[in-house]
Write a protein that binds this ligand. Structure first.
Ligand code: ZN
Length: 312
């Protein structure tokens, strides 16, 4: 069944019709396509003059040549929006990565570097990166986009070392995946030093007065722990904070990201409030927000110096 594409691909003065694999007809201006890439003209066998037929076999409709392409209507719509000037059609958002792949493939097929880059910029959209970092990594790496690949790799640190399988994993090679796993492992090792050596805390808080909450404030009935790894200035710190640090040290092994630190802090706040210590429950949120943001910053600074060893 043939259907018409939506605005602006239904223009009455368009000079060619592109028909997608699923029968959607796009009325477009050859000028925009030719300006995007001269190669387009050859690949699509566009008629040289508007409305002119290239041969007797040329399918015509309303006086316009009809060119069948192998892309489906959805891909062609996104793709053509990138080709058109932004005053006529805004670039598609491609928030859904499944849509990005075929558009990227079409951009490569027609050698449209600019569109390829535009598609890949959508891969570093924070919303997409937070939920689908491995898919972004695979697509970016496949497209040899250094900046996007590195950003996506950093976002994979929020997830466990061995990633869940996704369709895009086929886009990368085994050495690419090995490089990603090695990067992840190196980040885990580097970050472990932060929870093992608390000198950064001593430096930040200077003395007990800078972090009274860590040493059981007045009327606190939480008590202090005996895990010497988390002593500060040679003194035991409050039990629930030690538990938090023990938990975070474990988690950072698998997910060496600032998010791991912040997420665990939120859970600690809930637990401390539930325990209902008069001295701690009122101020735990504020103290842990401040502390976990400092800790997360340390983690992120450390990870920044670890390189993803990959040639681009
Ligand atoms: Zn307490």
């Amino acid at each position: 069944m043939k259907t018409c594409a939506s605005t602006p691909f239904d223009h009455a003065k368009a000079d060619i019709i592109l028909r997608s694999a699923d029968g959607v007809e796009f009325r477009v201006f050859t000028l925009f396509l030719s300006l995007t890439s001269p190669l387009f003209e050859t690949l699509l066998c566009l008629p040289r003059t508007a409305g002119g037929a290239t041969g007797t076999d040329q399918e015509m409709k309303d006086g316009l040549a009809v060119i069948a392409v192998s892309e489906d209507g959805k891909t062609l719509d996104s793709f053509l929006r990138f080709c058109y000037p932004s005053t006529l059609a805004e670039d598609p958002s491609l928030e859904n990565l499944t849509d990005a792949l075929p558009v990227l493939a079409a951009a490569r097929k027609y050698s449209l570097d600019l569109i390829e880059r535009k598609v890949c910029q959508t891969l570093v959209n924070p919303k997409v990166l937070e939920t689908e970092p491995l898919r972004c990594f695979a697509i970016s790496r496949n497209a040899r986009l250094k900046h996007e690949t590195i950003i996506a790799a950093r976002h994979t640190l929020r997830h466990p070392l061995i990633p869940a399988r996704c369709a895009e994993i086929d886009l990368i090679t085994a050495p690419d995946l090995l490089a990603l796993l090695t990067y992840h492992k190196k980040c885990s090792i580097a970050v472990q030093f932060i929870s093992r050596d608390l000198s950064w805390m001593a430096h930040h808080y200077r003395n007990h007065n800078g972090c009274k909450w860590l040493f059981c404030p007045e009327n606190c009935r939480c008590g202090r722990g005996d895990d010497r790894r988390f002593f500060l200035w040679g003194e035991g710190t409050i039990t629930w904070w030690m538990t938090y640090m023990q938990e975070v040290s474990e988690l950072l092994n698998d997910c060496p990201s600032g998010d791991t630190v912040r997420g665990a802090a939120d859970r600690t706040v809930e637990k401390v409030r539930a325990a209902n210590c008069t001295a701690c429950s009122g101020q735990v949120k504020e103290n842990m927000a401040e502390f976990s943001s400092l800790f997360a910053q340390k983690v992120e600074e450390t990870v920044k110096y670890i390189y993803l060893e990959m040639d681009f």
